[in-house]
Ligand binder design. Structure first.
Ligand SMILES: Nc1ncnc2c1ncn2[C@@H]1O[C@H](COP(=O)(O)OP(=O)(O)O)[C@@H](O)[C@H]1O
Ligand SMILES: NC(=O)c1ccc[n+]([C@@H]2O[C@H](COP(=O)(O)O)[C@@H](O)[C@H]2O)c1
Length: 210
Protein backbone atom coordinates (compact mmCIF):
# COMPACT_ATOMS: atom_id res chain seq x y z
CA UNK A 1 0.00 0.00 0.00
CA UNK A 2 2.78 2.34 0.94
CA UNK A 3 4.69 1.49 -2.22
CA UNK A 4 1.63 2.05 -4.35
CA UNK A 5 1.02 5.46 -2.86
CA UNK A 6 4.68 6.34 -3.38
CA UNK A 7 4.41 5.35 -7.04
CA UNK A 8 1.28 7.41 -7.43
CA UNK A 9 2.86 10.35 -5.71
CA UNK A 10 5.92 10.29 -7.93
CA UNK A 11 3.93 9.98 -11.12
CA UNK A 12 1.28 12.55 -10.31
CA UNK A 13 1.87 15.60 -12.43
CA UNK A 14 -0.06 18.82 -12.07
CA UNK A 15 -0.28 21.22 -14.97
CA UNK A 16 -1.97 24.60 -15.27
CA UNK A 17 -2.71 26.65 -18.40
CA UNK A 18 -4.87 29.59 -19.39
CA UNK A 19 -6.69 31.78 -21.93
CA UNK A 20 -7.91 35.45 -22.33
CA UNK A 21 -9.67 38.57 -23.86
CA UNK A 22 -13.39 39.30 -23.78
CA UNK A 23 -15.21 37.20 -26.39
CA UNK A 24 -11.92 35.88 -27.77
CA UNK A 25 -13.18 32.31 -27.45
CA UNK A 26 -11.82 31.40 -23.99
CA UNK A 27 -14.87 29.54 -22.69
CA UNK A 28 -15.30 27.72 -25.99
CA UNK A 29 -11.66 26.61 -26.02
CA UNK A 30 -11.57 25.72 -22.32
CA UNK A 31 -14.64 23.53 -22.38
CA UNK A 32 -13.49 21.69 -25.53
CA UNK A 33 -10.03 21.21 -24.06
CA UNK A 34 -11.52 19.91 -20.84
CA UNK A 35 -13.47 17.29 -22.78
CA UNK A 36 -10.29 16.12 -24.50
CA UNK A 37 -7.96 16.06 -21.50
CA UNK A 38 -8.51 13.34 -18.91
CA UNK A 39 -8.50 14.48 -15.28
CA UNK A 40 -8.80 18.12 -16.22
CA UNK A 41 -11.03 20.76 -14.78
CA UNK A 42 -11.72 24.45 -15.37
CA UNK A 43 -11.68 27.36 -12.98
CA UNK A 44 -13.18 30.40 -14.72
CA UNK A 45 -12.55 33.95 -13.58
CA UNK A 46 -16.08 35.02 -14.58
CA UNK A 47 -17.42 33.17 -11.55
CA UNK A 48 -15.57 35.57 -9.23
CA UNK A 49 -17.02 38.97 -10.14
CA UNK A 50 -18.03 41.02 -7.11
CA UNK A 51 -21.64 42.02 -6.62
CA UNK A 52 -22.82 44.80 -8.91
CA UNK A 53 -23.57 47.00 -5.88
CA UNK A 54 -19.85 47.34 -5.06
CA UNK A 55 -18.52 47.88 -8.58
CA UNK A 56 -17.08 51.39 -9.04
CA UNK A 57 -18.69 53.71 -11.61
CA UNK A 58 -16.76 56.27 -13.69
CA UNK A 59 -17.84 59.81 -14.57
CA UNK A 60 -19.59 58.52 -17.71
CA UNK A 61 -21.70 56.14 -15.64
CA UNK A 62 -19.76 53.09 -16.85
CA UNK A 63 -19.32 50.29 -14.31
CA UNK A 64 -15.66 49.43 -13.84
CA UNK A 65 -15.96 45.69 -14.40
CA UNK A 66 -12.75 45.17 -16.35
CA UNK A 67 -10.27 45.64 -13.51
CA UNK A 68 -8.91 43.29 -10.86
CA UNK A 69 -10.75 45.29 -8.19
CA UNK A 70 -14.04 44.05 -9.65
CA UNK A 71 -13.07 40.45 -8.91
CA UNK A 72 -12.76 38.33 -5.78
CA UNK A 73 -9.26 37.22 -6.69
CA UNK A 74 -8.73 35.98 -3.12
CA UNK A 75 -11.62 33.53 -3.56
CA UNK A 76 -10.37 32.46 -6.95
CA UNK A 77 -6.91 31.80 -5.48
CA UNK A 78 -8.45 29.73 -2.64
CA UNK A 79 -10.21 27.56 -5.17
CA UNK A 80 -7.01 27.10 -7.15
CA UNK A 81 -5.18 26.31 -3.92
CA UNK A 82 -7.65 23.58 -3.06
CA UNK A 83 -7.02 22.02 -6.49
CA UNK A 84 -3.27 22.25 -5.98
CA UNK A 85 -3.44 20.58 -2.57
CA UNK A 86 -5.45 17.60 -3.75
CA UNK A 87 -6.50 17.58 -7.42
CA UNK A 88 -8.05 14.10 -7.14
CA UNK A 89 -10.43 15.16 -4.37
CA UNK A 90 -11.09 18.44 -6.17
CA UNK A 91 -12.15 16.54 -9.29
CA UNK A 92 -14.33 14.22 -7.25
CA UNK A 93 -15.96 17.18 -5.49
CA UNK A 94 -16.82 18.68 -8.86
CA UNK A 95 -18.34 15.34 -9.91
CA UNK A 96 -15.96 15.21 -12.84
CA UNK A 97 -15.02 11.86 -14.26
CA UNK A 98 -11.46 10.75 -13.64
CA UNK A 99 -9.89 8.90 -16.52
CA UNK A 100 -6.48 7.72 -15.51
CA UNK A 101 -4.60 4.47 -15.24
CA UNK A 102 -2.79 3.71 -12.03
CA UNK A 103 0.71 5.16 -12.17
CA UNK A 104 -0.15 7.55 -15.00
CA UNK A 105 -2.06 10.25 -13.22
CA UNK A 106 -1.81 13.66 -14.75
CA UNK A 107 -4.02 16.41 -13.41
CA UNK A 108 -4.58 19.49 -15.52
CA UNK A 109 -6.16 22.68 -14.31
CA UNK A 110 -7.43 25.01 -17.03
CA UNK A 111 -7.63 28.55 -15.66
CA UNK A 112 -9.77 30.71 -17.92
CA UNK A 113 -10.30 34.44 -17.68
CA UNK A 114 -9.92 37.84 -19.30
CA UNK A 115 -7.65 39.25 -16.59
CA UNK A 116 -5.58 36.43 -15.22
CA UNK A 117 -2.09 37.24 -16.46
CA UNK A 118 -2.31 40.63 -14.80
CA UNK A 119 -2.65 39.07 -11.37
CA UNK A 120 0.92 38.23 -10.33
CA UNK A 121 0.22 35.56 -7.66
CA UNK A 122 -1.92 33.63 -10.14
CA UNK A 123 0.29 34.24 -13.15
CA UNK A 124 3.33 32.80 -11.43
CA UNK A 125 1.61 29.45 -10.85
CA UNK A 126 1.09 28.78 -14.54
CA UNK A 127 3.00 26.26 -16.62
CA UNK A 128 1.64 27.38 -20.01
CA UNK A 129 -0.08 30.60 -21.05
CA UNK A 130 -2.24 31.18 -24.13
CA UNK A 131 -3.87 34.43 -25.20
CA UNK A 132 -6.70 34.30 -27.74
CA UNK A 133 -6.80 37.60 -29.60
CA UNK A 134 -9.35 38.99 -32.03
CA UNK A 135 -9.49 42.39 -33.72
CA UNK A 136 -11.60 45.31 -32.51
CA UNK A 137 -14.48 44.90 -34.99
CA UNK A 138 -14.90 41.18 -34.34
CA UNK A 139 -14.69 41.70 -30.59
CA UNK A 140 -17.30 44.46 -30.75
CA UNK A 141 -19.62 42.32 -32.84
CA UNK A 142 -19.30 39.24 -30.62
CA UNK A 143 -19.71 41.33 -27.49
CA UNK A 144 -22.82 42.97 -28.96
CA UNK A 145 -24.58 39.65 -29.21
CA UNK A 146 -23.78 38.65 -25.64
CA UNK A 147 -25.91 39.59 -22.63
CA UNK A 148 -24.07 40.06 -19.34
CA UNK A 149 -25.67 40.67 -15.96
CA UNK A 150 -26.02 43.62 -15.84
CA UNK A 151 -26.18 44.11 -19.63
CA UNK A 152 -23.68 46.45 -21.34
CA UNK A 153 -24.99 50.03 -21.52
CA UNK A 154 -25.05 51.74 -24.96
CA UNK A 155 -21.52 52.97 -25.70
CA UNK A 156 -19.96 50.70 -23.06
CA UNK A 157 -17.74 48.82 -25.50
CA UNK A 158 -16.14 51.90 -27.08
CA UNK A 159 -16.29 54.03 -23.95
CA UNK A 160 -14.93 51.49 -21.51
CA UNK A 161 -14.34 47.86 -22.54
CA UNK A 162 -11.99 48.37 -25.49
CA UNK A 163 -9.85 51.19 -24.02
CA UNK A 164 -9.59 49.24 -20.76
CA UNK A 165 -8.62 46.10 -22.69
CA UNK A 166 -5.79 48.03 -24.35
CA UNK A 167 -4.54 49.20 -20.93
CA UNK A 168 -4.83 45.74 -19.40
CA UNK A 169 -3.03 44.24 -22.35
CA UNK A 170 -0.17 46.72 -22.14
CA UNK A 171 0.18 46.02 -18.43
CA UNK A 172 0.16 42.27 -19.11
CA UNK A 173 2.81 42.52 -21.82
CA UNK A 174 4.98 44.59 -19.48
CA UNK A 175 4.71 41.91 -16.80
CA UNK A 176 4.67 38.58 -18.65
CA UNK A 177 6.78 37.42 -21.58
CA UNK A 178 6.11 33.76 -22.27
CA UNK A 179 2.60 33.98 -23.66
CA UNK A 180 1.52 32.08 -26.76
CA UNK A 181 -0.72 34.45 -28.74
CA UNK A 182 -3.39 32.66 -30.76
CA UNK A 183 -5.35 34.06 -33.67
CA UNK A 184 -8.95 33.86 -32.45
CA UNK A 185 -10.18 34.23 -36.04
CA UNK A 186 -9.04 30.71 -36.82
CA UNK A 187 -11.64 27.98 -36.62
CA UNK A 188 -12.50 26.58 -33.21
CA UNK A 189 -11.32 23.16 -34.39
CA UNK A 190 -7.92 24.41 -35.59
CA UNK A 191 -7.36 26.35 -32.38
CA UNK A 192 -8.31 23.37 -30.26
CA UNK A 193 -6.08 21.01 -32.24
CA UNK A 194 -3.14 23.35 -31.82
CA UNK A 195 -3.55 23.89 -28.07
CA UNK A 196 -4.38 20.26 -27.40
CA UNK A 197 -1.24 19.18 -29.29
CA UNK A 198 0.90 21.69 -27.42
CA UNK A 199 -0.50 20.69 -24.03
CA UNK A 200 -0.11 17.00 -24.81
CA UNK A 201 3.54 17.49 -25.73
CA UNK A 202 4.15 19.36 -22.50
CA UNK A 203 2.52 16.62 -20.46
CA UNK A 204 4.59 13.96 -22.21
CA UNK A 205 7.78 15.86 -21.61
CA UNK A 206 6.85 16.27 -17.97
CA UNK A 207 6.09 12.57 -17.60
CA UNK A 208 9.47 11.79 -19.17
CA UNK A 209 11.19 13.80 -16.45
CA UNK A 210 9.65 11.70 -13.63
N1 LIG B 1 -12.72 30.36 -33.20
C1 LIG B 1 -13.92 30.92 -33.23
N2 LIG B 1 -14.45 31.32 -34.41
C2 LIG B 1 -15.67 31.92 -34.47
N3 LIG B 1 -16.44 32.17 -33.38
C3 LIG B 1 -15.96 31.79 -32.17
C4 LIG B 1 -14.69 31.16 -32.03
N4 LIG B 1 -14.49 30.91 -30.73
C5 LIG B 1 -15.58 31.36 -30.08
N5 LIG B 1 -16.47 31.88 -30.93
C6 LIG B 1 -17.77 32.49 -30.62
O1 LIG B 1 -17.51 33.76 -30.03
C7 LIG B 1 -18.43 34.00 -28.98
C8 LIG B 1 -17.66 34.23 -27.67
O2 LIG B 1 -16.98 33.01 -27.35
P1 LIG B 1 -16.61 32.65 -25.86
O3 LIG B 1 -15.88 31.35 -25.89
O4 LIG B 1 -17.81 32.74 -24.98
O5 LIG B 1 -15.61 33.85 -25.52
P2 LIG B 1 -14.97 34.31 -24.15
O6 LIG B 1 -15.12 33.19 -23.16
O7 LIG B 1 -13.55 34.60 -24.49
O8 LIG B 1 -15.69 35.56 -23.74
C9 LIG B 1 -19.37 32.78 -28.93
O9 LIG B 1 -20.51 33.09 -29.69
C10 LIG B 1 -18.55 31.68 -29.60
O10 LIG B 1 -19.35 30.71 -30.22
N1 LIG C 1 -20.17 38.15 -15.03
C1 LIG C 1 -20.44 39.37 -14.60
O1 LIG C 1 -20.86 39.55 -13.47
C2 LIG C 1 -20.21 40.55 -15.53
C3 LIG C 1 -20.97 41.68 -15.34
C4 LIG C 1 -20.75 42.74 -16.18
C5 LIG C 1 -19.77 42.68 -17.17
N2 LIG C 1 -19.06 41.56 -17.32
C6 LIG C 1 -18.01 41.52 -18.37
O2 LIG C 1 -17.43 40.26 -18.47
C7 LIG C 1 -16.26 40.45 -19.24
C8 LIG C 1 -15.31 39.31 -18.99
O3 LIG C 1 -15.91 38.10 -19.33
P1 LIG C 1 -15.67 37.47 -20.80
O4 LIG C 1 -14.21 37.39 -20.95
O5 LIG C 1 -16.35 36.15 -20.70
O6 LIG C 1 -16.32 38.36 -21.79
C9 LIG C 1 -15.70 41.79 -18.84
O7 LIG C 1 -15.34 42.50 -20.01
C10 LIG C 1 -16.86 42.46 -18.08
O8 LIG C 1 -17.15 43.76 -18.57
C11 LIG C 1 -19.26 40.50 -16.52
Amino acid sequence: MQMLSEVLERSTVKRRRRFWMTNGGKSTMSSSLHLRIPNSCIIAQDAFFKDDSVIAVDSNGFKQYDVLDALHMDRMMSKIESWRKDPGSFLASQSLRTQCSVGEEVFVLIVEGFLIFNYGPLNELMDKRYFLEIPYDVCKERRGSRVYTPPDLPGYFDGYVWPRYLKNRQEMEDMVSDIVFLDGLKSKEDLLDYVYGDVTMEIQSLMGKD
